[in-house]
Write a new protein. Structure first.
Length: 146
């Protein structure tokens, strides 16, 4: 009888199939973790913006007033100071938020702000359920996040 050295073709194919299955599961789990991470950042960003808006309200007795919805974090609304939303550098005397965060990619929907003197609304999108919030379009206001 002759002793064989090495692995048979079947054994190699089984090992390759197992490695392929494990790597597929790892990629799926990683993509899910990335999505949850982006959503957690979105919720955190909105809470920071709400805190800055409340500080603004305490000093100015109103929220920043805008006629039409503005995109937060774009080139024109990069910071919040005594004059409201402003470009980078904030010319106002008091800075409430030096750099307004923008929405993390790949979800293209930006943070959108509308406000009157007594109320405001920030809209944003979540990719999946996060912290008791369902996926999809969400709204933050002086009453909280819904």
């Amino acid at each position: 009888m002759r002793k064989q050295k090495g692995f048979t073709l079947i054994e190699l194919l089984v090992v390759i199939a197992i490695i392929g299955l494990l790597s597929t599961l790892a990629v799926v789990a990683l993509n899910n973790a990335r999505s949850k991470s982006r959503d957690a950042k979105r919720v955190s960003d909105i809470k920071q913006i709400q805190t800055a808006l409340e500080l603004y309200y305490n000093d100015q007795n109103s929220y920043p007033v805008v006629g039409t919805a503005v995109v937060l974090g774009d080139t024109n609304q990069k910071c919040l100071d005594t004059e409201g939303w402003d470009v980078v550098g904030c010319a106002g005397a008091t800075k409430y938020m030096g750099l307004v965060p923008s929405n993390p990619l790949p979800n293209g929907a930006n943070y959108s702000y509308t406000g009157t003197a007594s109320t405001y609304s920030i809209t944003f999108n979540l990719e999946g359920p996060t912290g008791g919030l369902l996926a999809g379009s969400r709204t933050a206001s002086e009453a909280g996040i819904k």
